[in-house]
Design a protein around this ligand. Sequence first.
Ligand code: NI
Length: 212
Amino acid sequence: MNAKRRIIRTALLALIGLVVGCTIAWLQIQADRNQQTMPQAASNTLVSGIALDGSFDMTDHTGRAVTQADYDGRFKLIYFGFTYCPAICPTELQKIAQVMKALDSAQAEKIQPIFITVDPERDTVEVMRQYVEMFDPRLVGLRGTPEQTEKVKQGFKVFASKVDTEDGGDYTVDHSSFIYLMNPANQAVGIYRMQDDAAMITADIARILGDS
Ligand code: NI
């Protein structure tokens, strides 16, 4: 009887947790919608009220030590992920490649696309080099020590967490998926979500470049 009660209680708590989780997700979606339809909002993006530290100290895919200062005077289009990601990372990096191709050459010259790995353990400089080449010759891949990686994740408020797979041999990484547009002063001026397509991002970047 006791065990049965415990099971029922656990099931109830799980159900409550699910409802609370869904409500939070729903509220988040509503907030995003409101933000998008706000007439005074200059952009379609989620930037308002988000302060990010856009600095980094890492190694690029050619083995060169770089910081944000190496891309001075340019905007940066930054995505965080890992090369073993089966679907979302390649989709988003493909999107960045499409945006770079869709911008006219004068606009594209003002943008440095960057992929930062949240899995430096497996994403060595060589792995990063081979990976970024598949998307766009202009794409820079950055990796850091675990400490450097933690710091840049915190700066951009990136969530990423290692998850062991069922078979126990390999692991995957759950991570947030946003494309950040940083201005030359390293402030976020655009944050794009998975549902924002290349055409929308291209138009938004062209508008932002036109204003700057
Ligand atoms: Ni991914």
